[in-house]
Design a protein around this ligand. Structure first.
Ligand code: SF4
Ligand code: SF4
Length: 139
C-alpha cells in the first residue's frame, strides 16, 4: 500500500463472531510454510512426513492444507464449530482479516465485510497494527 492507507485516521473494527464461515464453504487455500507444517504436526502429535501426506497438498511451488470434499478446512471441528489447531493455526488464519487484498481499498473492505460478519464491528484496531499484520503474509 503506497502512502497513507485509507483507514489511517479511524482504523478498522473487527471482532470474530465464531461463525466459522472463513474455515468452511467454498474451496480455497490455507497456505502453510515448513515452520507452520511442523507446528501443526507437533500440536496434533503427528510425524511431519505423515502430516504432509495426510494434510498438505502442493499447489505449484506452494503448499496448502487439504480440505474436506465440501470445502471445509481439514482442521475445522464441525461439532464445536471452531479450529481444532487454533494455537498452531497458520499465519494466514492468524492475520485475518488484515490481508492486503481485504484492506487495499474501502471497496475491498466492504466486500470483506459481506463475507465475514466480524469485520467492521467490535474492537477497534489502529492502522499501525493492521499494516503490521498485513506485512506478515502477502495475500
Ligand atoms: S468469517 Fe469472520 S466472524 Fe466468521 S469465524 Fe471467520 S473471522 Fe470469525
Ligand atoms: S487452520 Fe483452523 S483457523 Fe485456519 S482455516 Fe483451518 S480451521 Fe480455520
Amino acid at each position: 500500500m503506497a502512502g497513507k492507507p485509507w483507514f489511517e485516521e479511524k482504523g478498522l473494527r473487527f471482532e470474530c463472531t465464531q461463525c466459522g464461515d472463513c474455515c468452511t464453504g467454498a474451496p480455497g487455500f490455507v497456505w502453510v510454510n515448513q515452520e507452520e507444517i511442523e507446528a501443526i504436526a507437533k500440536a496434533i502429535s503427528v510425524d511431519v512426513d505423515e502430516f504432509e501426506k495426510k494434510y498438505v497438498r502442493k499447489i505449484g511451488i506452494r503448499k496448502s492444507l487439504v480440505e474436506f470434499p465440501n470445502g471445509d478446512c481439514v482442521f475445522f471441528d464441525t461439532e464445536k464449530r471452531n479450529c481444532s489447531v487454533y494455537e498452531a493455526r497458520p499465519r494466514q488464519c492468524r492475520t485475518w482479516p488484515w490481508w492486503n487484498s481485504n484492506i487495499n481499498s474501502e471497496k475491498a473492505w466492504e466486500e470483506t465485510k459481506e463475507a465475514c460478519p466480524g469485520c467492521g464491528k467490535g474492537k477497534l484496531f489502529t492502522a499501525e497494527h493492521i499494516l503490521n499484520q498485513a506485512a506478515i503474509i502477502r495475500i
